[in-house]
Design a protein around this ligand. Structure first.
Ligand code: PRX
Length: 642
């Protein structure tokens, strides 16, 4: 038990009270447990109107000293990373804290040799291998800003992200394994780089051993660069001293409008918030083996595979593959093989594995499991119960953690085994998180048994500080809908006991298999197809993915002859522009979209049709052409009956 663990429900209530009444005192107490080169002059200064939030101002630190160096004396030989490869037959790897530090320092020197200096942006497009963690930490070591791009994104998406951040260097691999597939990462990067003037160097890790093109002067092999560093003879790479408010990383995420935004997190506050919420929420005890199944390309991987666990001296298990390879029992095999104590995964994975049948769970031991966690989307009761009974054997608490890329870490969640839990409820605010529900006009809705839009009225250390290169956009997106508050974009209810339940996005953002996708982004991609006139994209309930993508498309002619071929074309276009994760599940061709006289698409109507609920479409009299609704309804019914 440390200062970071709350010890009882009473303790949680007291801690929460203190965190709200005396936030500076509360957070500085937590921050004291970390290693600083110099302590802060001021705990917090803030202004949501102009969006200027500073935590631990004047403090100096390097986050890798907290994630690595400070554990060496007591935990140097303890495992920091356990890596489980895609193929169960390939040997797993364990990196102790000492070994991880050694490799991070080595690669930090590789980056320096390749011209990277403090403040430079580095794009990382790697498979889930230990070198991904090493690359991320090596950037942080030398004060470079990493922008990790998920391996499922297309060349175009990588190019957009590289150009927005003006990244100087890219780190990738020849290829990566996901189940039976080999993803040709270097090829995809090569396709992107034609559009990226800022990139001077590409470091390529050997993983899949597939042929790749290597451009002289630009592309270098990871392994060769390591040998160079070894021959230079200095194994050390001193941690760069960073201001608490210096940028740590950029992570791109989708919103309801425009292109993805580069969410910016800074060094000090992010470290304190992720470390604290990791230890407290999971009630992590030193020695526990913790397995988060997310990809490091998403915020969950940043905060709760890399920074949160490592700053706490934890053992973090990294898995390269997919939950269904070689069969739907893989997570449980990994759990038994490495005696996993805490398993943190997503509802989509649970629903999908549940769908394969209990035979993949039966016969597995799973007795090492103490705590379970869920993240990324609302967890339905059926999935919660299955997870609880079959995986947690009815005894392991489940923490349903609600949070976002922008929030850096958990906002609402039970605390494992300490606070009560109810299926499909995220329950309680984390200490330091001041939640408010507001109505359409931004008026606070008080009391219990109410619902509204979920906002936060006071800063917390892990919150985003800006969106890269566009501070105005950040202010407008998150801090202007409701004055003086951060708006999450989610709706929530607070039941009669004061427990919170997330009801889902209230904007045009979809959550497909826990991946965040903006409808506008998918529409833009579809509209780039030469035979598409316009389109409208909405979400609909999907048994496994949570939400599916439903596209209504107005084509010019080709779809009438060969609709399936045209659907394939559209999917290919979306895959090229965004990535396969954004491919529509359903495409319905229509002759027009329901629009108001001012030209606004009535998504409400399309959403209802996509959901298969056409009994009450509300008022359609304001539509330019009410007839079109009937046609779309008929088309949707036809598609369903096929
Ligand atoms: O709608 C909420 C949903 O995921 C969104 C955040 O997505 P992203 O930034 O990609 O981060 C995902 C991992 C933190 C939220 O606005 N969401 C996330 N966790 C939950 C959730 N919805 C319900 N319950 C959750 N536990």
């Amino acid at each position: 038990m440390s200062l970071l663990h709350v010890k009882s429900f009473e303790d949680y209530k007291e801690t929460y009270k203190k965190s709200v009444e005396r936030p500076e005192e509360f957070w500085s107490g937590i921050a004291e447990t970390f290693k600083w080169r110099k302590k802060w002059d001021k705990v917090l200064s803030w202004d949501f109107k102009d969006l200027n939030v500073k935590w631990f101002e004047g403090a100096k630190l390097n986050i890798t000293e907290n994630c690595l160096d400070r554990h060496i004396v007591e935990r140097g030989d303890k495992p920091a990373i356990i890596w489980e490869p895609n193929e169960p037959g390939e040997a797993h790897r364990v990196l102790s804290y000492k070994q991880l530090l050694f490799k991070v320092e080595q690669f930090g020197n590789v980056l320096k040799n390749n011209g990277v200096v403090k403040g430079d942006r580095v794009c990382i497009y790697l498979p889930m291998v230990p070198e991904l963690v090493i690359a991320v930490l090596a950037c942080a070591r030398i004060g470079a800003v990493h922008s990790v791009v998920f391996g499922g994104f297309s060349a175009q998406s990588i190019a957009d992200r590289i150009n927005d951040a003006k990244a100087k260097l890219v780190i990738t691999a020849d290829g990566g394994f996901r189940g039976k597939k080999v993803i040709e990462l270097k090829d995809i990067v090569d396709d992107a780089l034609g559009q990226c003037k800022s990139v001077e160097k590409v470091i390529v890790l050997t993983r899949a051993r597939i042929p790749v093109s290597m451009l002289k002067g630009r592309d270098v092999w990871w392994e060769d660069e390591i040998i160079k560093v070894e021959t230079q003879g200095n194994p050390h790479c001193p941690p760069e001293e960073m201001d608490a408010e210096d940028m740590l990383f950029i992570l791109y995420t989708s919103g309801s409008t425009g292109t993805p935004k580069g969410v910016v997190h800074t060094c000090g506050g992010y470290m304190v918030f992720t470390g604290y919420t990791f230890t407290n929420t999971f009630q992590y005890q030193l020695g526990d083996v913790y397995f988060c199944t997310a990809d490091i390309g998403w915020i969950t991987g940043h905060s709760y595979i890399v920074y949160g666990p490592l700053s706490q001296g934890a053992t973090s298990l990294l898995f390269e593959g997919i939950p269904t390879y070689p069969d739907a029992g893989r997570f449980w095999d990994i759990t038994d093989k490495h005696k996993v104590n805490i398993l943190y995964t997503a509802p989509t994975a649970i629903r999908s594995l549940m769908g394969f049948g209990d035979e993949y769970v039966e016969g597995k031991d799973l007795n090492s499991i103490k705590t379970l966690g869920s993240v990324g989307e609302p967890i339905n009761e059926e999935a919660w119960e299955w997870f609880h009974e079959k995986i947690g054997k009815g005894k392991a608490p489940i923490v349903d953690t609600y949070w976002q890329t922008e929030t850096g870490g958990f906002l609402i969640s039970p605390i494992a085994g300490i606070t009560p839990e109810i299926p499909s409820f995220a329950m309680f605010p984390q200490p330091g998180i001041q939640l408010v529900l507001v109505d359409e006009n931004g008026k606070e809705i008080e009391g219990n048994d109410v619902s509204g839009n979920l906002c936060i009225k006071f800063p917390w250390p892990g919150m985003l500080r800006t969106t890269y290169g566009d501070h105005e956009r950040c202010k407008k997106t998150y801090f202007s809908t409701y004055e003086g508050m951060y708006f999450t974009g989610d709706g929530a209810l607070r039941d009669e006991h004061g427990y919170y339940r997330i009801t889902g996005r209230v904007d045009d953002v979809l959550n497909v298999s826990g991946h965040r996708i903006g409808t506008a982004e998918v529409e833009d991609a579809i509209n780039k197809h030469s035979d598409v006139v316009e389109s409208a994209v909405v979400g609909y309930p999907h048994a496994v993915k949570g939400q599916g993508i439903y596209a209504f498309v107005v084509g010019n002619h080709r779809h009438t002859d060969e609709p399936d071929l045209m659907r394939g074309d559209i999917n290919k276009t979306v895959s090229r522009i965004i990535g396969a994760i954004a491919k529509p599940d359903k495409i319905q061709f229509v002759s027009g979209l329901p629009k108001t006289r001012s030209g606004k698409i009535m998504r409400r109507i399309l959403r209802k049709i996509a959901e298969g609920d056409t009994s009450n479409l509300g008022d359609t009299t304001t539509l330019l052409d009410p007839e079109v609704v009937e046609e779309i309804k008929r088309g949707a019914e036809e598609m369903r009956s096929k």
